[in-house]
Write a protein of this length. Sequence first.
Length: 381
Amino acid sequence: MNLHLTRIPSRWSRPLALVAVAALGFFHLSAADPVITNVRAAQREGTRLVDIDYDVRDPDSPTLQIAVEVSDNNGASYTVPAVSFTGDVGHGIRPGAGKRITWDAKADWPNQYSSKVRFRVLASDVWLPPRGMVLIPAGVFTMGDDRVAGPAHPVDVSAFAIDRTEVTAALWNEVRTWALSRGYDLTPGGSLGNDHPIHTVNWFDVVKWCNARSEKEGLVPAYYLDEAKTQVYRAGDKAPFVNWNAGYRLPTEAEWEKAGRGGAVGRLYPWADSDDISDDRLNYNNRIGRTTPAGSYAANGFGLRDMAGNVWEWCWDWHAEYPGGLVTDPRGPASGSARLFRGGSWTDSAESCRVAFRYAFTPAYRNNGIGFRTVLPPGQP
């Protein structure tokens, strides 16, 4: 079945907030900004492979970062979970004409059809998050909700990238297989399939896994056994020291809630149009009786999926009461007895799935309703 593809050119200058406007061609770019032109897309006959051709120019950058976003509603939003791209995409792409990216729609969008597919090709001479992650802009948001867990208070959070979906069993196993011969003691965890979220992993498990993912990808790890940050945390149950500007790591509770809100203000759930809950928005309250594949439900305003329900998601912080007044990049207390997790799960009530709801347990706890997603500081290679 054909996808009935259409496409638009797009341009991306440095501020993330300009992406949507620039894609429509309304923003005047300076001479130093990369410019994408002549975007065209064609589905290969008899396959679900799509070739996306484009030209890109930049007068002062030898290499660029190129990304693609996919819409299934004529460009109203670009939230199709598309990550299986090959060709002239990612880091280190030289400006020039005749560039080609190939999308494996069968891998990312199986059994889906739309006559309203559009593509947006993005170019940047500054950092873009890896495929499968979304860059959350810096700024102040209101954390907490007096109806759920208060007091509501302003929090200023620096920019960070976060996984679009919960970490899947496939990704967990890929990293774990690499790590087991390199000094890591990672649990196999549990799941209902490669595309389902990994679960039955405790806080120590996921922190060590974050380091393994970093090392596997050639990044500086975030977690260490010593304050000098010379001994990488790979084994045992420890409360590690953190290099906050390096590698994959767990989100802080504030980062998680900012991402979960998706830019909406004052809402109970991650969606912006209602405070109501329904079965088509999330997997909760044992309605299905198991996890669903990661990314099964509609994205929030930041393009993140399953921020409510499916599995709880571990955060970095020890549990503590909220501080009063404006705080910047809070990371919780230095010690405690319970680590926080957020978002609710497939077994939990509607109240537990509210975006401000807080829950915490001993970091050694494992359960088939707890998983995680990772964040990455901007600027990683």
